[in-house]
Design a protein around this ligand. Structure first.
Ligand SMILES: [Fe+2]
Ligand SMILES: [Fe+2]
Length: 331
């Protein structure tokens, strides 16, 4: 019998299940063990009507801020998952990216549930605010949504151009800081349903961090020089992008009105007073700084220069020319 012509390579799917990175197998196994469902959290203990409308709008705003990142993560990782097939990544790497896509979908669902219950409306942008603070926070949400939407075209162009290790170089920093913040929020929240959600989300982010680390350990020793400077730039871009949720948005990069940060701080103070724990400015700054120092420790091992992050007191290589096209958004 004749055999068909050879399939031109690389084609979209591998027909192989190579197992090379043992660490990835372990992470996949823990992602299977840790699966959770936002719908199955103890919602019966949660009564939104025990909050004032100002408190409800303030806490819903925080979930909206998070969802600007977590609702864009599923398509971002779905795209990356496709890439793992196109480049015929080893089996466990494909599974790990699949698990991140799934986890981020859970995080997005959680944001949606919290927002819908607090606002009694499934969409924070078309919701009609009931308080003055609610109006200001909705304007903030509109600006965040506008900014968050600007990078998608750049990302789609970047995915075929760069290797996974470069695409996800700034991811690690985001995941380190995210894991820390969510664990703090789990410990500080008064609602059992949010304690449980943040515990699960924090654990997921910790796993994402481990995926990123294993990828770096596997691929960074093989990098050439041009790729190193690209990573330095990516880290600076990641800092600018993720600061909006993990710290405060840098105004020179995020296109936001002058009262944005004041409004956000006012909302956070109301949410905090209502028992929804959000770290204070100094605490966020310390989390963020530690995450970056952690990442710097990793990059130092591979002689990859770290960018200057003067905002949190880290010196390094000056990076000034960052625009939206350079952003590879990951969370
Ligand atoms: Fe997430
Ligand atoms: Fe994540």
């Amino acid at each position: 019998m004749d055999t068909p012509p050879a399939t031109e390579q690389p084609n979209v799917y591998p027909l192989s299940w190579h197992r090379e990175t043992a660490k990835m197998e372990e992470i996949w196994a823990s992602s299977q063990r840790d699966q959770w469902d936002p719908l199955k959290l103890p919602w019966d203990t949660f009564d939104p009507s025990s909050y004032t409308w100002e408190q409800r709008e303030a806490i819903a705003y925080w979930w909206t801020l998070l969802s600007v990142f977590d609702a864009s993560a599923p398509p971002v990782f779905a795209e990356a998952l496709i890439k793992t097939y196109e480049v015929h990544e080893e089996d466990a790497v494909r599974r790990c990216f699949f698990s991140v896509t799934r986890d981020e979908q859970m995080h997005e669902q959680m944001c949606g549930l919290a927002i819908t219950k607090f606002l009694e409306h499934p969409d924070p942008l078309t919701y009609e605010p009931k308080t003055e603070l609610g109006k200001k926070l909705q304007k903030n949400a509109q600006w965040l949504y506008f900014n968050g939407g600007r990078y998608w075209d750049g990302y789609k162009k970047a995915v075929p151009r760069y290797s996974l290790a470069i695409l996800f170089s700034s991811f690690l920093m985001g995941e380190i800081a995210a894991a820390t913040i969510f664990h703090q929020m789990a410990a500080g929240s008064k609602e059992p349903v949010f304690q449980a959600a943040f515990r699960n989300i924090g654990r997921d982010e910790g796993r994402h961090m481990a995926i990123c680390m294993s990828l770096m350990e596997r691929d960074y020793p093989k990098l050439d020089l041009s790729e190193r400077s690209l990573i330095t730039k990516q880290i600076r871009a990641g800092y600018l992008f993720l600061s909006a949720v993990l710290f405060e948005p840098p105004m020179e990069f995020w296109d936001l009105p002058a009262d944005f940060i004041d409004n956000q701080r006012e909302g956070e103070a109301v949410a905090r007073a209502a028992g929804f724990f959000i770290p204070e400015y100094e605490q966020k700054k310390e989390n963020w700084r530690n995450a970056m120092l952690n990442l710097k420790g990793v990059l130092d091992r591979y002689n990859i220069p770290f960018p200057a992050i003067p905002e949190v007191g880290i010196s390094g290589e000056e990076i000034t020319d960052i625009d939206m096209d350079d952003i590879i958004p990951v969370f």
